[in-house]
Ligand binder design. Structure first.
Ligand SMILES: Cc1ncc(COP(=O)(O)O)c(C=O)c1O
Length: 446
């Protein structure tokens, strides 16, 4: 632990507050080791049980993690950071930022004309009494989901995919419940699972989605829920194939009690067919966000599922946030109905596909195997993430280290391809190749 930070307190609440404050202010940085329970108990003249309770509280709120003999450490992205930018290191000045996982802003629809049309339409003011999901939006969403083979039930809305996933997990699970998650998987989801005090069980992922053996092992280990990304899996770009879907549905049919959550965040951008798993279990939810095709700031996702799950999510939202603003709903509906926007989203999907494939081919020409069947990222296994990220930063490219996306998966880096130009591909692939296989230094003596 940082020698500068002195934990204080004589009760579990005070000790956990002192550590939380250290994490919030940065005095206890990511990965800092906390003292062993007994050591801190002696230092603070309290019982080991008091310190253990403080650590448990911090663990359940996603601030620290305990990993066997490695002891208790501050999580890489603890849940008391101030802003989302704190969740990833800023790109080094002067480098091209390929670390963000963001869509290309120039390929997102311009909202101005849609907002202007909505303003001119003089729609009635919505008050508390009439608020909720607009029937038009629900019908359109249902049609779009059904066209992709999703077994659509009732539809409700959430403030994005992650909000939807959180509400579904909250509706079914309790602190400490084991949850099967993709490994590697979306870092924000891993953070959410930690923040909810759930226990992640990593399921390996290949290009066709979560592996059958991995899901089988997670079920055997007692997973109460499974969260799967349908397409454009973040970070690997995996997409659940028809064969994998068939195999997983057969496996899941034996576990009707399992909660299955499917995240189709790439939606209209994916450019590979959807092979949904939902419906194979009794409790399920399918969440489709508008963030990637239409803009992350829209904060709207459509959620369907079995009747109980949708009713729980909608009922709980009603006594909390209330509803997703109908202003936002009208905007999304306007985007969905606009043929120009549909064309733009198609073009964005095609561009991302071209950029991804170009980078994968250029890497292959250097003998490197990356992954990226769909979406905006390429995932490239590397022997040493820090060395790779540092060497590439020195060559002018900021990539994301794989660590926040991994539980037990081997090291890798994530390259977001959304803003790459044709001219970028060859120099980027060459820079990656030389970062991973530095040529022997000649003519120098130690
Ligand atoms: C796997 C995954 N799900 C969902 C999202 C988007 O979520 P939201 O709708 O909360 O913006 C992302 C964004 O990167 C993602 O990678």
């Amino acid at each position: 632990m940082s020698a500068r930070y002195q934990v204080t307190g004589s009760t579990a609440v005070e000790i956990s507050a002192s550590i939380e404050s250290g994490i919030r202010t940065g005095a206890l940085p990511a990965d800092a080791a906390l003292p062993a329970v007994r050591t801190l108990a002696v230092d603070l003249a309290v019982s080991p049980a008091t310190v253990a309770r403080a650590y448990q509280d911090l663990r359940q709120r996603g601030l620290v993690a305990t990993a066997g003999r490695h002891g208790t450490r501050v999580r890489a992205r603890p849940t008391v950071t101030v802003g989302r930018s704190a969740l990833r290191p800023p790109p080094a000045p002067g480098t091209r930022d390929l670390s963000a996982g963001e869509p290309d802003a120039t390929l997102l629809p311009q909202l101005g004309p849609h907002l202007a049309a909505l303003a001119a339409a003089k729609t009635p003011t919505i008050g508390y009494a009439d608020a909720g999901t607009l029937p038009d939006l629900a019908d359109t969403a249902r049609r779009r989901l059904a066209a992709d083979g999703v077994p659509v039930g009732e539809v409700t809305l959430t403030g994005g995919a992650l909000d939807g996933i959180e509400r579904v997990l909250d509706a079914h699970l309790r602190h400490g419940d084991p949850v099967a998650v993709e490994d590697p998987g979306w870092a924000n989801l891993l953070d959410l699972v930690a923040a909810l005090g759930l226990r992640p069980i990593g399921v390996p992922v290949d290009d066709d989605g979560p592996t059958e053996a991995g899901v089988r092992a997670a079920l055997a280990a007692g997973a109460r829920a499974l969260i799967v990304t349908s397409r454009a899996q973040n970070p690997t770009g995996a997409a659940v194939s028809a064969d994998r879907a068939r195999a997983l549905r057969t496996l899941l049919a034996d576990r009707p009690d399992l909660l299955l959550v499917e995240d189709d965040h790439a939606a209209e951008l994916a450019r590979v067919p959807l092979h949904p798993l939902v419906g194979a279990t009794g409790s399920w939810a399918f969440v489709r966000s508008v963030s990637k095709p239409y803009g992350p700031d829209l904060r709207l996702a459509v959620l369907t599922g079995d009747d109980t799950t949708v009713a729980r999510v909608a009922g709980r939202s009603r006594v909390g946030a209330g509803w997703v603003s109908t202003v936002l709903q009208r905007l999304v509906l306007s985007l969905w109905r606009d043929p120009g926007t549909t064309d733009l989203v198609d073009r964005a999907g095609a561009d991302y596909e071209r950029r991804r494939n170009a980078l994968l081919s250029a890497l292959a020409a250097h003998g490197l195997t990356g992954h990226g069947r769909s979406g905006i990222n390429v995932w490239l296994p590397v022997p040493d993430e820090t060395a790779a990220v540092t060497a590439l930063r020195d060559a002018g490219w900021s990539l994301a280290p794989g660590a926040p996306f991994r539980l037990a998966a081997p090291p890798a880096v994530r390259v977001t391809v959304s803003t790459l130009t044709d001219a970028d591909i060859a120099p980027l692939a060459a820079a990656i190749a030389s970062a991973l296989h530095p040529s022997p230094r000649t003519g120098l003596t130690a």
